[in-house]
Ligand binder design. Sequence first.
Ligand code: GAR
Length: 204
Amino acid sequence: MSGHGVPVIGVLISGRGSNLQALIDAARDGRLAARIGVVISNVPEAAGLARAEAAGIETLVLPHQTAAGRAEYDVSLVDALRARGVSLVCLAGFMRVLGAGFCAAFPHAVLNIHPSLLPAFPGTHAPRQALAHGVRVSGATVHFVTPELDAGPIVIQGTVPVLDDDTEETLAARILEVEHRIYPEAVSRVLSGGWRIEGRRVVG
Ligand code: GAR
């Protein structure tokens, strides 16, 4: 929590930042009772950095190549987020695995959005995996981050049909629309409280 009682969100990105934009828009029009305090990218050229700057949000570039190792990199992220009073971390196209140390630093307070109906198709190129598998329905998942990749408790999922003539691009675009809808909803739900985690499930 910040000194003013409004939760501070930190968003981690690596690229385009369209999910970051969805969170910025939601915070701006009151759908999120929170302030985005910092946007951190591990990629200096990430287009999402300009979205944050346009919204007047502090940006930080922390290239992972400069860290001695994964644990050291995670510590630098944790330090930067804590220094800004962040209480909830949102991964938005952040293409780096966070270790157990990072997860322990923000218990039940790190969310990720993934372009599949987890536990199907974790990892990279999820829409490509869904097409190759021939599923008829896909979608997006917002989940808590745990040290196991794309496997934490699920907060919200949204579905889309997979069409016969879909390409990886058309399917990814259809899923992305769902992402932009459910990520602010999931963040809002988590911030509102009244839930608990039972095993793999988010209940309440
Ligand atoms: C989104 O589709 C997100 O779900 C995906 O990367 C894209 C980032 O787009 N994330 C993953 O695949 C994580 N495994 P964005 O930068 O425009 O938000």
